[in-house]
Structures are given as structure tokens and as C-alpha cells.
Design a binder for this molecule. Structure first.
Ligand code: GDP
Ligand code: MG
Length: 340
């Protein structure tokens, strides 16, 4: 179900922008192979439609990925990223102040859904990069990546591992989305996936850590007596989860050491429950005014922390920043490396 119709436009006028954005869709770039069970194929034309446009080919690319088990609000979260980035772009182009997540706003873009029916496994990209001026004045092309994997049986576990590993390799920020807590098994999955990804990279060892930023996003966090919501509470919470002590069994230690060794930076955000309309109503249509105010406040802090002009980090491979054009090539190489 590839949508190749997403148009690309870089020089929006403010008037066109709203309308333009509604025509863009996520495109699936990694999909299960229809001929070889358990394998994936790369949709090159979809990839080219997102990254191949001459206006962004030479721009440095920032890739924000969201991964984790299904039906945990990943796609929903990405719509906050879209909302922020498009409004930031608009404010930078028109030199006006940034307003976003206002009362009249309706979230849309990545499809979110209730219920248990599974989507296909794979990797999607938002249909165009969003151009953001970084704090140095340089334009970055920001890509949003949605992943879908399941852990429910052996064959889907293998697929999930590929999806997670590939999305970690190509992203500058991997957001690991979990609910309520960072459980030991979630850490174990994560370290397996990351190890699998590192093996596929065959990166020379003199280039430092293989991956850039890992961000745990804990949804529906409940223990706010002990840890406050947001980044501060998240940092304390994560320190506690990742701490090493002599009494820990070897495998518990190994998982923590591996994560510290493979990622340059690890962060954590604790988010409150979004409110019953989001969580329980089939009829929820993304109206911001239906969000629990506390949730909205925390997102208004978290999203600029991750995606603001001060904080955007272009993708680096083997010590070099990567352009959109180069990214197409990396995708092809890395996707091929999982084929064997
Ligand atoms: P994904 O499969 O991880 O991409 O999950 P979706 O984004 O499709 O969301 C699955 C369901 O969870 C939808 O019904 C959302 O409205 C709901 N949802 C989104 N965010 C949250 C959250 O933070 N907490 C709760 N409890 N539900 C959420
Ligand atoms: Mg989803």
C-alpha cells in the first residue's frame, strides 16, 4: 500500500502551507517481502520520493525514529512532532513567533488506532523532510520515522528485530516508547535489537560509539510521587533503572553496559496519561482540546527539547554528517545487509 503521491514543496507560502501539508502522507519504505516469508524489501521509489528532491539533496539530514511494541501510542506521538516542526518551519519562514498545540488544533498525519488488529510490520517515513533552520543558521532536513513491529511470536520477533535494528542504524534519535515503566524485558529486547543492528553495520571501530541518541519515552507514568513528569524526573528515573551495582546478576549488568557503550547519549521522559478521550474513545479525532491539560503541557516541553533548533542533531555515519542524498544510499546498503 505505497502512497507515492506525496508532493514535495520547499518554498511554502504561509497561505499554501496548511493546504500543502494535508496532501503529504507517510510512505512505507520497508515492508515484508511478499515472496520470501520473514524477509523485507526496500521501496526505493518511496525512499526517493522523500529524500531525492533537489531542494534537500545536499542538506544535512536529522532522522527521528519512534520504536517499541505496538498499540502504545507511537504514531500518535509522531503527530505532535509534525505539529511542532511544521509550525516551527512556518515561524522561521515568516519571522513570527512560534505558536503550536493551540486549542483549535487537530492532530493528524500518522494514523493511530485503537483495538488490537495489527498493522503490517515495517518502517514508514513522513512523505517529505521538514526544513528547519538550526541554531547555527544552517538548514537541516528533518525526517520522521514510524516503525511497527510486534513481539508476539518467533517469526514476528525476527521481523521486529530487523525493523528496530534498521531504524536504530539510520536514525540520529531513536525514541524507545514504553508504557508505565522500563521493564527488564524491554531492556533485554532493546539490547538484543541494538546488538543485531551493530553487527549489521560493520563499522570500523575507530569512529566512537555506533549510535547517537536513545530516548526512553515512558507513557502513562504513574509513580509521580517519586519522580516528576518530564525530563528531570525522567533523568532520575533512568539513572535508577540503568544503575550498576555489584549484586546484580551478570546479564542485568551486561544489558546496561551495552546501552551505555553503544549510544552517545541516553535520555528519558516521563509522560502522564493523556486523558480518557485519547485512551478510551474510538471517536477521538485528535482535537487538542480533548487532551488532558497536564499531558499537553508535558508535550509542549518535551517536543522542543527533542526537536528545537538548539537540539537537532544531524545523522552522523563513520564520523561524517549525512546529507539526504547520502541517506538514500545508506538505506539501501543497510537494508541489503539484513537480507542475508
Ligand atoms: P502505536 O501502535 O504504538 O503506533 O499506537 P497508536 O499511536 O496507534 O495508538 C494506539 C492507541 O493508544 C490509540 O487509540 C491512541 O489514541 C491511544 N494512545 C495514544 N497515546 C496514548 C498514551 O500516551 N496513553 C494511552 N493510554 N493511550 C494512548
Ligand atoms: Mg503505529
Amino acid at each position: 500500500d505505497f502512497d507515492l503521491t506525496a508532493p514535495f514543496q520547499t518554498a511554502f507560502t504561509t497561505r499554501d502551507q496548511h493546504e500543502h501539508r494535508h496532501k503529504v502522507r507517510p510512505v512505507q519504505i520497508i515492508a515484508p517481502s511478499s515472496t520470501q516469508p520473514g524477509k523485507f524489501r526496500l521501496n526505493e521509489s518511496a525512499l526517493n520520493s522523500v529524500l531525492g528532491h533537489s531542494a534537500c539533496a545536499n542538506k544535512k539530514v536529522v532522522v527521528i525514529s519512534v520504536a517499541g511494541a505496538f498499540r502504545k501510542g507511537k504514531s500518535f506521538l509522531l503527530n505532535f512532532f509534525l505539529e511542532y516542526l511544521y509550525n516551527l518551519h512556518k515561524s522561521q519562514q515568516s519571522d513570527t513567533s512560534l505558536e503550536w498545540l493551540t486549542d483549535d488544533c487537530q492532530l493528524h498525519g500518522f494514523h493511530w488506532r485503537a483495538g488490537v488488529k495489527r498493522d503490517t510490520v515495517g518502517i514508514w517515513l513522513w512523505g517529505e523532510p521538514i526544513m528547519i533552520e538550526s541554531v547555527t543558521g544552517e538548514m537541516f532536513a528533518v525526517l520522521l520515522m514510524d516503525t511497527q513491529g510486534t513481539f508476539d511470536n518467533n517469526s514476528t520477533y525476527q521481523q521486529c528485530m530487523t525493523v528496530f535494528a534498521l531504524s536504530t542504524i539510520v536514525s540520529s534519535v531513536q525514541i524507545y516508547n514504553v508504557v508505565d515503566n522500563i521493564q527488564e524485558d524491554a531492556l533485554q529486547h532493546l539490547s538484543l535489537f541494538v546488538e543485531y543492528g551493530r553487527m549489521a553495520m560493520e563499522q570500523p571501530h575507530n569512529f566512537g560509539k555506533p549510535f547517537q541518541q536513545l530516548v526512553f519515552c515512558v507513557r502513562d507514568f504513574k509513580n509521580q510521587e517519586e519522580y516528576e513528569f518530564g525530563e528531570n524526573g525522567g533523568t532520575d528515573f533512568l539513572d535508577n533503572v540503568l544503575q550498576l551495582n555489584p549484586e546484580q546478576p551478570e546479564e542485568i549488568k551486561a544489558v546496561r553496559e551495552l546501552l551505555r557503550e553503544y549510544f552517545e547519549d541516553i535520555q528519558c521522559y516521563l509522560l502522564p496519561h493523556p486523558g480518557y478521550k485519547v485512551a478510551e474513545r474510538q471517536s477521538f479525532r485528535g482535537h487538542v482540546k480533548d487532551l488532558r491539560p497536564l499531558f499537553r503541557e508535558e508535550l509542549k516541553k518535551m517536543v522542543p527539547n527533542l526537536l528545537g533548533p538548539h537540539n537537532l542533531k544531524p545523522k552522523i555515519v563513520n564520523g561524517k554528517t549525512v546529507t539526504c542524498r547520502k541517506m538514500i544510499q545508506y538505506f539501501k546498503e543497510y537494508a541489503a545487509s539484513f537480507d542475508g
